[in-house]
Design a protein around this ligand. Structure first.
Ligand SMILES: Cc1ncc(COP(=O)(O)O)c(C=O)c1O
Length: 283
């Protein structure tokens, strides 16, 4: 596997990162994950903009002449993924420096990226998945895509141990988003999803899905979903780069609706798939 590290493409087993890199010591960095559909980077512009937003929020300047789009394309090529289903991961940390909390005066940010093959979760798309609800133990800047993901990791592990696909994070009585996805429910025929705020990541798939809702005349309310209302949801779903539109058929021990992916979810899921196909064709 060929990875990218600080201006070089090299075999992964030759990539070396300093032990005092601040990503290692402080989780001091930001990242992005993109889907590559047979070489086409899905909604790349939005991912680069969000990366820029996260890095600016953390006051990390990515090194000059770092072109994430070229790095991503080159990684796909060098790993024979240019015509395959893949994901691309990119990370920038504040760099290596003696361990002190405050920013080092002269550290050079570390840039690391890799591409990996990806298999669409076709069976789960068809059957729908179970989710569990867990307390949201994250900080108050969930809008930054920071590598500091321990609460997400713990929540996701809890889901896995409960035989669930995802953990939906509940803060102050509201089901805000998943550990690595956004979350929506259908209540009285209206798709409800948490509004953009510092308490959710502004997901690119969420953005695409909401655009498709508008094109399909599916009514949307960007409004926090009360945990107490989950039992009334006729349908539920997740949005994310690796999930696209994933039907949720069970929340904790309770079935959602009939326990099958609902009609609105199916419509949106198909529209998302069609949109992906269209983007691929357009190149
Ligand atoms: C916490 C969280 N929310 C939502 C998402 C979905 O965002 P996107 O659609 O851009 O992948 C992610 C993706 O990793 C995430 O980590």
């Amino acid at each position: 596997m060929t990875v990218y590290l600080n201006g070089e493409f090299l075999p992964k087993d030759q990539a070396r990162i300093a032990p005092d890199d601040r990503a290692f010591l402080f989780a001091d960095g930001a990242y992005e994950v993109l889907r590559a559909y047979r070489g086409h980077l899905f909604r790349a512009r939005e991912h680069w903009d969000r990366f820029d937003y996260s890095l600016k929020a953390l006051r990390i300047a990515s090194p000059a002449n770092t072109d994430f789009a070229s790095i991503a394309s080159e990684l796909l090529k060098r790993n024979n993924l240019a015509d395959a289903e893949a994901t691309v991961y990119l990370q920038v940390s504040r760099g290596a420096a003696p361990r002190k909390h405050a920013f080092p005066a002269d550290a050079t940010p570390t840039v690391y990226a890799f591409a990996a093959p990806f298999a669409n979760p076709v069976e789960k798309w068809a059957s729908g998945v179970k989710v569990i609800t867990v307390p949201d133990q994250r900080w108050a800047r969930c809008d930054i895509k920071s590598v500091s993901l321990l609460p997400n990791v713990l929540a996701n592990q809890q889901a896995q141990e409960a035989g669930a696909h995802e953990a939906v994070l509940v803060r102050d009585g509201f089901a805000l988003e998943g550990s690595l996805s956004n979350f929506a429910v259908v209540l009285d025929g209206v798709l409800h999803t948490a509004p953009r705020s510092n308490y959710i990541l502004p997901g690119i798939s969420r953005l695409v899905a909401l655009g498709l809702c508008s094109a399909l005349d599916i009514p949307v309310k960007e409004f926090p979903v009360a945990e107490a209302d989950l039992k009334c949801a006729a349908e539920a779903m997740l949005f994310g780069t690796t999930n696209e539109v994933m039907p949720v058929v069970q929340i904790n021990e309770r079935k959602v609706g009939e326990g099958q992916p609902g009609p609105l979810t199916r419509k949106l899921q198909q529209a998302f798939r069609d949109y992906v196909g269209e983007c691929q064709r357009r190149g």
